[in-house]
Design a protein around this ligand. Sequence first.
Ligand SMILES: Nc1nc2c(c(=O)[nH]1)N[C@H]1C(S)=C(S)[C@@H](COP(=O)(O)OP(=O)(O)OC[C@H]3O[C@@H](n4cnc5c(=O)[nH]c(N)nc54)[C@H](O)[C@@H]3O)O[C@H]1N2
Ligand SMILES: Nc1nc2c(c(=O)[nH]1)N[C@H]1C(S)=C(S)[C@@H](COP(=O)(O)OP(=O)(O)OC[C@H]3O[C@@H](n4cnc5c(=O)[nH]c(N)nc54)[C@H](O)[C@@H]3O)O[C@H]1N2
Ligand code: SF4
Ligand SMILES: [Mo]
Length: 707
Amino acid sequence: MNDRTRTIPSICFECHSRCGVLLEVKDGKLVGVKGDRTHPFSNGYTCPKGRAAMEIIYHTDRITRPLVNIGKKGAPRFEETSWDNALSVIAEKLLDAREHWGAESVVLGSGTTRGMAPYLNRFLSVFGSPNFMAPSNMSGGPIVVGSSATCGFALIDPDYAATSCMILWAHNPEASWPGLYMHDIRQGLKNSAKLIVIDPRGTHLAKKADHWLQIRPGTDVALALCFINYIIENNLYDKAFVEQWTVGFEQLKAHVAPFTIERCAQITWIPPEQIKAAASTFASAPRACIGPGMGGVCQANDAFDLNRSLTILSAITGNLDTRGGNLNCRPPTGKRSCYGPDYSAFNNLPKEQAQKKLGLDTYPLLEFIPIPSPPQAIWTAVLDEKPYPVKALGLFANNSVCAYPNSARVVRVMEKLDFMFAVDYFHTPTTALADVILPAAHWTERDDVEDLLMKNHVFCQQKALDPVPECRDEKQILIDLAQKMGLDSYWQSVTEILDHRLEPVGMTFEAFKVKKKVATPIIYKGYEQKGRFRTPTGKVELYAEYLNSMGISPLPIFREPAESPVSSPDLSQDYPLILTTGGRNLVYYHSSHRNIESLHKKSPDPELQIYPQTAERLGMHEGEWVFLASPRGKIKIKIQYDRDLHPQVVHSPHGYWYGVDNGWQRVNINMLTDDQQLCPVTASVPIKALLCRVEKINQLINQGQPI
Ligand SMILES: Nc1nc2c(c(=O)[nH]1)N[C@H]1C(S)=C(S)[C@@H](COP(=O)(O)OP(=O)(O)OC[C@H]3O[C@@H](n4cnc5c(=O)[nH]c(N)nc54)[C@H](O)[C@@H]3O)O[C@H]1N2
Ligand SMILES: Nc1nc2c(c(=O)[nH]1)N[C@H]1C(S)=C(S)[C@@H](COP(=O)(O)OP(=O)(O)OC[C@H]3O[C@@H](n4cnc5c(=O)[nH]c(N)nc54)[C@H](O)[C@@H]3O)O[C@H]1N2
Ligand code: SF4
Ligand SMILES: [Mo]
């Protein structure tokens, strides 16, 4: 290594795993990304996305100047402008909207969090709007809501390394969370833990599991209730815990009684003996944990009930808040953590203004377990002006058009807005609809603190490089915008922001850079010390009386997916296959990374996984481009044989658009997904269980490429 090369430890922000990395910098440029072996979760692991940081930063397509649209919506012409002018335009438009329509008519949104939630929320509370939009309703939010409503904390920290049985419930961490979970999972398996995988696809982990339950998409609640019933009927539950720490056991028992193994087998298409064997393995394990997929169990019309049932399953087997079970970790940053109450616009506005938060009128539980406003509630406010009009939207790190269901509707929303600005590294179908685009600094070019999903840790993300000229740290963008708008109580500098976040840790960011990470001790059975769970009764709410008053079922209910061969047999005549979407691909993050050559060439085309005979019966063969149609639209996709799938189930990846003219319309699966039949409690979107059909493309026009 040349003596001019410096190595700076940091945290990778290309995905939620947040691996520890060592950034190698030479002459002010990033030249290498290596894994940090001292990181407690990733232990030196990096994936191709993280290692592609150089390609991202120095990509010729990177947006490096603020741009204003001098063309029309739908036919944009972007012209470079100064930061001063771009921020003045945004400031004027947002203030204008506030004056005419009220502060709530302005929404700021972020995609799956790249750490922006605290800074955007604080900006909104200073500005006066309660409307922070994020995809939480399809990504982790239903876990938080379902489990917090049941036991007072979120079921997001399975203690894989110390367990004797783990369930990966709609969860394939080898692709989706390799840096955060795989080390612990391997550790647990090395210590002879049993592995149960519940997934319609035969993933690598499913194939090596002790029990792989190949479930019919969208029927998970039936399976969870059946597990609960089996465990109660066979006296396999933890009687002491149930007696002392739960309420409503008798009601639960009666409620789950109809979910016999035989009935569940009919609903889920899983052979009865497999259900029985898996339930018995789980219940008889001395320590067991449930690892719920952050998207897998959050994208269904009964996502609330699913996450409630999983929490109940963990509780009645005595695995809540125990070593080897499902932990209740607290980040050292406490109230100043990423979604901490100190930053929530909802908490920091006068009650009357906070109550205007979009989504609250339909999803009342979100007042008590606040997750961000669901995009679908914002869309209704834009298009139908209900319950009031939204006029201006600012998006940070989000490609709504490709990432969110019903892309055609998302485009209509963006065309109708009076004003929209977007902050991104690259042009996307979403930035194409913006009036102003701002260039963001890459994660290697900015300082931050990271605690989201980091169990009991907070990590230092350290700036290693100056931003490519004119790209700007998004925290600085908000500071500059606040100054333009006269929002004087916003922070004045990035250092002030970071020191504020670290105050509960008792450290400045300067000191934190040396320390790199801080952890709080893990406490087991915290409820014993406190004498209660953080729920209305202080107990685990098996039957939750308090939900009744909000019109929510006090017991978890299995609902057929709104679109399924059972609930819509007529529709399934036309659309005979069950479609599940969005199984993660290691080389991409949602619709991102598509233009990164080293990643793109690993997975260039959208591929529909389908059982070979199902395709062949339709006269289709592997590698052939076909149409995939749902009641909402039609896209092109390539056939990929998958012998492990059920013959009636297909899987499509999400996020494809790049490199195809109008790709968002022609190869993006979200042209086919539904944003109407939402979970009535969490607004979760049903994108894991829909109906579809595959159609052959006229050979004359099919030249083997998307057209
Ligand atoms: N059909 C289907 N659709 C899905 C899913 C599914 O399973 N099936 N999953 C859903 C889930 S769980 C989620 S969370 C959403 C995610 O949706 P999004 O968060 O919108 O994800 P991306 O498509 O990756 O868009 C992120 C954009 O941010 C930009 N970007 C990356 N890093 C930064 C940064 O640091 N700053 C800025 N300003 N920009 C940055 C990228 O270039 C990209 O254009 O997608 C959802 N979409
Ligand atoms: N490489 C990469 N990693 C990512 C992301 C990414 O885009 N790319 N996105 C990140 C984000 S924002 C999120 S929310 C997480 C998501 O994290 P996870 O939800 O863990 O995502 P997956 O690993 O795809 O696991 C979901 C699994 O559920 C299965 N499945 C589909 N339908 C059903 C069903 O009805 N029931 C059951 N039981 N299983 C079903 C799928 O086949 C898939 O294997 O991933 C994060 N990590
Ligand atoms: S898994 Fe890859 S992209 Fe995600 S944090 Fe780790 S290195 Fe970065
Ligand atoms: Mo997500």
